[in-house]
Design a protein around this ligand. Sequence first.
Ligand code: 4AZ
Length: 373
Amino acid sequence: MMLSPLWRLLCAALLIVACDAQLGMDASQTRVIGGHTSAAPPYFAGLHKLGDTSPFCGGSLISPRHVLTAAHCVTRTDGPLAIWPGVGDLHDIPEEIAVTGVRVHPRYNARAIQHDLAVLTLAHDVSRSDFKPIALADAQLTPPKLQILGFGNLSRDDHIYPDTLQSAEIALVPYSKCQSVGGPYSYTIEEQICAGDLKHGERDSCDGDSGGPLIRKGKPDVLFGIVSWGVDCGRAGQPGVYTRVSSYREWIEAQMDIWSQLDLSEKVQMLFYFPLYEIQASQGSQPIIRRFTAAYQHWQESPSDPRYSTVKLWQQSFAGEVFTLELLSSGAQSYRLRLHYSGKVYEVPAPYTELTLRESKDLGADAESLFEG
Ligand code: 4AZ
């Protein structure tokens, strides 16, 4: 809530408590950054070091298994990480979930603080019954009114951290205006969003809020940004800078793909002797599989999907989980691999397959010897 000019004058002479009362807030809950205690949405994640009792960054659950946060939150911290899904009160923290995978955006620039985002994979799905991940904004268009959420510093001059999740409404600062602030702001790029209270600096994100969500409140809430940086906190003329989520949708979604979860693809590699390359085929117009790397002996014939003829089917179990790999043919020289795992079917994309079919004459003597046996 914005203070009127009259209230700003009065506040200079009155006790801060009275000003807080005008803002409808309790003095113990608010400071100059201007937030207020907020019910924690189920997608809010507190990022902390495994076993710690307070978060050092925020994040957003974008699937039951993935958290979107800032790259600088995970590149400057060592030791195992964990999240608290839907945490709103540090006296009543939910069960932590360990982070098992960290994917930092390949263009993350730590000096200019650009492309400041990372996708974290969790050890297991968030199982809360009311859990709903937040939707990623898909348009460049940013609404004028946004909201931030976090357990970050409440004070612009001190280090005061809340026990309850804070939220504040902030305004979009147009890109050109943000660049014209000068200093480091001249380096802001279109993949960033500037937001805050340019005139008065009354509401802003601060240290500890990094990685957390910048949202449009609604039904449902939509994730527009990730808290990234700013010059100080809560100062007039110095907005906060956020990573623009819509600019990275494709990359973010690719990180949630099962094949980019290293632990699984490693497991599959082990089971199926990946890389599965160099399939030798052809007999007239009828392609046939003659050799399939080291796994050749284990293939079985088994037709299934009507759109394809299943050329081969191979099943393995590992640590109680059953993996079934299918090699499908949809016509001459056209093959694809699918993995059946945990009740779901996944298309196996390149580069995990490296599946190439070759005429036998294309294979040199060296390659031939590779596939003997
Ligand atoms: C920080 O240090 C930080 N006022 C985050 C946001 C802002 C400033 C600093 C924006 O993590």
